[in-house]
Design a protein around this ligand. Structure first.
Ligand SMILES: [Zn+2]
Length: 277
């Protein structure tokens, strides 16, 4: 694996050399993608710094994906390895929640890892976790899922994330969140609801606990199958409180900057959060 170490060093040097001066119009970055282990050259900095842009030319990993794998390596092994160099450790139990295929397949090869889904097998409803599943996982990955969970079930979701983990197990978590203020629930009285499509436009119909009817338009759907309606915009303060209340400790908001792996966060919000059970 010495050649990979050399490539990492070379990428680090190039990342520094290519670091743009302020105001330069076409700043680019060279980096080694820590998801697929392949080199990227002259990728526009604005793409690399975009949380969702598929900026690896090979595996299409985004900043969010590379950041999660970077953190997973640190938390499991205490050091940073690209995913292709992860040791095979089948005694490590991992659970993914609708994880991106680009790393789920590699995680399956390395660990006793199961990628689960709300709408298809292998099934996991994080708001309703059975006793048999509790306390078994060393890590739980949940990337941009919790913003889709209905408000009335959200407390169960955080508690069950903790329940799935062994003591000292690791919750690697992303959701869109803002730094200040409180969480903004888009549908605060959600109870008995469904999505209605009329003339090609989607609406949310809700009947509240009190029996009032509500209709919402201007819905925000995220990509992917299943329930992808955005239910809220979290705030960091609220997330930290919810994780603490669920029994997590050592909660860290991870603004990582690792140019050699194409991990360059231009902001300190909507970044990964790592919480220990
Ligand atoms: Zn890649």
């Amino acid at each position: 694996m010495r050649w990979l170490a050399w490539r990492r060093l070379r990428s680090a040097v190039r990342a520094r050399m290519a670091a743009p001066a302020a105001g330069e119009p076409e700043a680019t970055v060279d980096f080694l993608c820590n998801v697929c282990g392949r080199d990227n050259h002259q990728v526009p900095l604005i793409q690399v710094q975009n949380r969702e842009f598929q900026s690896c030319r090979h595996c299409r990993s985004s900043l969010r994906m590379r950041s999660l794998i970077y953190r997973l390596s640190k938390e499991l092994f205490g050091r940073v390895l690209p995913l292709p160099e992860f040791p095979v450790s089948k005694e490590i139990v991992g659970i993914g929640m609708s994880d991106w295929e680009g790393y789920a397949r590699s995680l399956e090869q390395c660990f006793a890892y199961t990628n689960t889904f709300y709408h298809q097998p292998p099934h996991l409803d994080i708001t309703d976790v059975s006793e048999e599943m509790a306390g078994r996982a060393d890590f739980l990955l949940s990337s941009d899922v919790f913003e889709h969970i209905p408000g009335f079930a959200l407390g169960y979701a955080f508690k069950n994330a903790r329940r799935l983990l062994r003591d000292k197990g690791c919750f690697l978590f992303t959701v869109p969140f803002v730094k200040t203020g409180g969480t903004r629930e888009h549908f605060p009285r959600l109870h008995d609801f469904r999505i209605i499509t009329t003339a090609g436009k989607r609406f949310l119909y809700n009947r509240t606990v009190e029996g009032d009817e509500e209709i919402f338009d201007n819905l925000v759907f995220h990509g992917g199958d299943g329930a992808t309606l955005e239910m809220r915009m979290f705030s960091e303060t609220d997330l930290l409180q919810r994780l603490t209340a669920a029994g997590f400790c050592s909660i860290e908001v991870c603004v990582d900057n690792v140019p050699e792996y194409g991990i360059l966060w231009p902001m300190d919000w909507a970044v990964p959060i790592v919480a220990r059970a």
